[in-house]
Design a protein around this ligand. Structure first.
Ligand code: SF4
Length: 235
């Protein structure tokens, strides 16, 4: 069975969420069952880019990770697109045998048995501004499938007050899961420089929201890679 791979890149640092700053090699899977209005990874989602995706068996994908990491057992992040569309169990098995750690970020629409083999599962339910609707039955199935994974966390991207209220409801629904919030980035054109002042303003807005509401359980983080590299791909 082959995997559809949009890109494998690194080592770089994880730019967001629970593992922010962690040295990481990324495997970006091609294909997604969502079409979020503000998707910043369209090259791994839109069928128009399909001809750019590689077809690899697990051993080939793994060979590329080993090459990039120089054999150093770093964290490997499975991202996308939605990596849960595909079977990454063989890649995880190859990496685990060599001491690598695995993280995966998915919107939580498809449960996979290999979630239990991960070191970190980031479930990122998409808020109303995405234009998508979360299937909470499928989302709960993802949490159940991750039993055995030591770190399951939530990450919610927030663009506006409606998203913010929605994030609060999500936090109430899953009080046992650590929650990471990040301001949304509407400026996703890879060929267009990011307005760093606007990024800071959005972060400030979100920080002021949680502090004025005395909502102290989530952690508020920027997208570090956007601050450093803008929307450049493969970094
Ligand atoms: S779930 Fe993620 S990759 Fe898929 S369309 Fe939404 S933002 Fe893009």
């Amino acid at each position: 069975m082959t995997l559809r791979i949009a890109e494998i890149f690194g080592p770089t640092i994880q730019g967001e969420g629970a593992l922010i700053g962690e040295p990481t090699v990324f495997i970006r899977a091609g294909g997604c069952d969502y079409r979020c209005s503000w998707c910043d990874s369209l090259h791994a989602v839109d069928g128009a880019y399909r001809q750019d995706w590689a077809r690899m068996i697990a051993a080939e994908a793994w060979q590329e990770v080993r090459h990039l990491s120089g054999g150093e057992p770093l964290t490997v992040s499975l991202s996308g697109g939605n990596p849960a569309i595909q079977d990454f169990a063989p890649v995880i098995a190859l990496g685990k045998a060599e001491g690598y750690r695995f993280a995966c970020e998915t919107q939580g629409s498809i449960a996979r048995s290999w979630f239990s083999s991960l070191d970190t599962l980031v479930l990122s339910p998409k808020p109303p501004s995405s234009g998508e609707q979360v299937d909470w039955v499928a989302f709960d199935a993802c949490i159940k499938a991750a039993e055995g994974c030591p770190k399951v966390v939530l990450k919610v991207v927030i663009f506006d007050d409606v998203d913010y209220a929605w994030a609060r409801a999500v936090a109430e629904r899953y009080p046992e899961l650590p929650l990471y919030l990040q301001p949304g980035n509407p400026d996703v054109d890879p060929d267009h420089p990011v307005d760093l002042g606007a990024c800071t303003d959005r972060l400030l807005w979100l920080v002021e929201k949680v502090t004025s509401d005395r909502w102290f359980s989530p952690r508020v983080l920027p997208q570090l890679h956007v601050l450093i590299w803008g929307n450049k791909r493969g970094v």
